[in-house]
Design a protein around this ligand. Structure first.
Ligand code: NAG
Ligand code: NAG
Ligand code: NAG
Ligand code: NAG
Length: 602
């Protein structure tokens, strides 16, 4: 795993009084929740709309008032964090039972573990500086090897599905469904792994490309990220093929080649291929690798990511006249740049817990469903829905409780590069710094640019610098008679708005995914059974930027527990708990079967 509209998705689309189409029990329970929400919503509307209540409620989509970005009814929905019931693949009940029994067998498991082990043994490392496929055959050879290997492990997929390649090594499998009017589901993963630093090899408990199964873990680079996703999704499909499953809805697997260096060769080629063959908005749901589940406050919470931060690298350049340093001005351009940097760091982005941000929703879900969250925190979370003072208090509280709080909620800034000066007796004429930003899901590139300019401009004016801020006349100050110039620009064409937020509560694809996750939990085959409570909450994460146009329903989710990884990804001793891999295979199986005959998807 490698990270415009902020919460618009949430705001536009979660207002339908949509009935979850899980099983009957689910309907009843959910209806209860919804009746409560509906009652409150009804009261709000009585106030707001007077006699128009009836017509407003009967329209399927309630329009929001622009001045009120988070209206009461949305707050109620967020606060209730409604859960669907575990969704059993009821249209394929017997088939599922048969597969579930098969997955329980030792033969099946050892075969699956070895599929992953074998994939790990092919060192498909990608470097940041990588020539594209076709220009450096030696470098890309492992990918050919991996393809040959996959043919031996997944023969039915190769003989019975259509296999296409994009940019030489990206793989796209298409399993044709019988009903062409249904939008296919799309499962994505990647073949590449981050390199193993040679000097760390000795720290590995098992060699980094061993793929060794020690009875508990499967070892090696890629075992967590993302060869487990690749092998688990392919194993689910291969097993369904072997059981004679014939889908109604088509299933597409797309497997990239350089996700760890940004996906510029793989994901872009896959996107172009999918847009050409299937068209825009042509998939019903996309599940990419991403967040998993972990235990928090006495319950296990899954957090499929529905939002993704944006990005901007700002280049801040100061130019002043050169000359001999024996007659210096009061501030050289280096001095000025330093002061500008100091000013920026003195004014970091406020964390700004916003009610329309995804992190806030996750916190609401925890307060609603976690049994052992402290009563005072639970109360504060709920009070903050309406009370701004409580919202500020909550912000402070969350910083203590969640180490990830700050990076995941707000916009972050980091001065990562500084460059200037060539000679000790010459005044520096042009110096620059690069400031990296990750933009909060509720903000935007333009909001960030305006804020950046407003912080550095007053000081720049004091230094008698003209200002060119992102080529934007309104933010700039181009006095002709100035001592020097400050230029702010996008350093590497890096600007990326936060991703459109995937619709959650009350939307079919979210409910289908949640129900499948909860069913996989409820029927899990782990040896250590507990009575744990499970729930699903919206999360924030990684990079699917190339796939935005393929569907509105993008989820970044890997059904793996935090404790299924021995030591995390991208580090020494990457290893996955074998039982975790089994659950991942079961999750894909449930998801595929649940997607097949459902009215939760288009
Ligand atoms: C989120 O809410 C804030 C105010 O709390 C508002 O300024 C912002 O535009 C909203 N964002 C979106 C994407 O609606
Ligand atoms: C594979 O395709 C062949 C030929 O179309 C068909 O006869 C066979 O049933 C298929 N096998 C599976 C497992 O779908
Ligand atoms: C700014 O610099 C220019 C060019 O050196 C100079 O003519 C001008 O007087 C300065 N303005 C101020 C306010 O110092
Ligand atoms: C999505 O498609 C639109 C129109 O085809 C295009 O302008 C836009 O850049 C695309 N967005 C992404 C993220 O690819």
């Amino acid at each position: 795993m490698g990270d415009s509209k902020g919460a618009h998705g949430l705001l536009d689309s979660n207002l339908t009084e949509h009935e979850p189409k899980a099983n009957e029990a689910g309907k009843k329970r959910n209806l209860g929740l919804r009746l409560v929400a509906l009652a409150i919503l009804f009261a709000c509307f009585l106030n707001a709309l007077g006699s128009n209540v009836h017509s407003a409620l009967s329209s399927s989509k309630l329009k929001l008032n622009d001045e009120d970005p988070v209206s009461d009814n949305i707050l109620e929905e967020i606060s209730a964090c409604p859960q669907v019931e575990p969704t059993e693949p009821s249209a394929h009940k017997e088939l599922f039972q048969e597969l579930d029994d098969l997955i329980r067998t030792n033969d099946f498991r050892l075969h699956a573990y070895e599929s992953l082990g074998g994939a790990v043994r092919v060192p498909t490392e990608t470097q940041d500086e990588e020539k594209p496929p076709g220009e450096d055959p030696e470098q890309w050879k492992p990918f050919e090897e991996l393809h040959e290997y996959l043919k031996t492990r997944f023969p039915l997929m190769h003989s019975n599905l259509t296999v296409a390649k994009a940019n030489s090594y990206s793989l796209i499998f298409h399993w044709q469904g019988s009903d062409e009017s249904l939008k296919p589901i799309l499962l994505t993963s990647h073949q590449d792994v981050v390199p193993v630093e040679p000097e760390t090899t000795s720290q590995w408990v098992r060699p980094p490309f061993s793929g060794y199964f020690d009875g508990e873990y499967i070892w090696g680079r890629g075992s967590c990220d993302d060869k487990s996703g690749l092998i688990a999704s392919m194993t689910a499909v291969e097993t369904l093929l072997s059981a004679g499953f014939q889908p109604e809805r088509s299933i597409v697997l797309a497997i990239g080649i350089d996700e760890e260096r940004g996906g510029t060769y793989g994901a872009t080629a896959i996107r172009d291929y999918l847009l050409k063959v299937y068209g825009e908005n042509s998939f019903s749901i996309l599940v990419d690798e991403g967040n998993g589940y972990s235990e928090r406050f006495g319950a296990v919470v899954s957090t499929p990511a529905v939002a993704e931060k944006g990005k901007l690298d700002v280049r801040m350049q100061v130019s002043t006249p050169g000359g001999h340093s024996s007659r210096p001005p009061k501030h050289t351009s280096i001095g000025m740049l330093s002061r500008l940097i100091t000013e920026l760091e003195a004014k970091p982005h406020p964390t700004n817990l916003r009610r329309n941000g995804t992190f806030y929703q996750k916190v609401q879900c925890l307060a609603e469903h976690s049994p052992s969250i402290s009563p005072s925190l639970r109360k504060l979370v709920k009070t903050s829905l309406k009370d701004d003072k409580a919202l500020s208090e909550l912000e402070i509280e969350l910083e203590k409780v969640f180490p990830e709080y700050e990076p995941s909620t707000g916009t972050t800034q980091a001065v990562d590069i500084i460059h200037g000066g060539v000679k000790s007796n010459a005044l520096p004429e042009q110096v620059h710094a690069i400031v990296n930003h990750r933009i909060a899901d509720y903000s935007s590139v333009s909001e960030l640019e305006a804020r950046f300019a407003s912080i550095v401009s007053p000081l720049a004016k004091k230094f008698n610098l003209s200002i060119d801020a992102f080529g934007d006349d309104e933010l700039s100050d181009s006095s002709k008679n100035s001592f020097g110039q400050l230029v702010l620009s996008d350093a590497f064409e890096s600007a990326l708005n936060p991703a459109p937020v995937t619709p959650t509560f009350g939307n079919g694809p979210w409910e289908l995914l949640s129900g499948s996750i909860l069913f996989t939990f409820a029927t899990n085959q782990r040896s250590a059974k507990t009575d744990e409570k499970y729930f699903v909450a919206p999360g924030l994460a990684l990079d699917t930027r190339y796939y935005w146009n393929l569907t509105k329903h993008i989820f970044r989710y890997s059904h793996l527990g935090a404790s299924d990884s021995y030591n995390g990804a991208h580090t020494v001793n990457e290893a996955i708990r074998a039982e975790g891999l089994v659950e991942l295979i079961r999750f894909f199986t449930v998801l595929i079967l649940n997607s097949d005959k459902t009215d939760l998807l288009d």
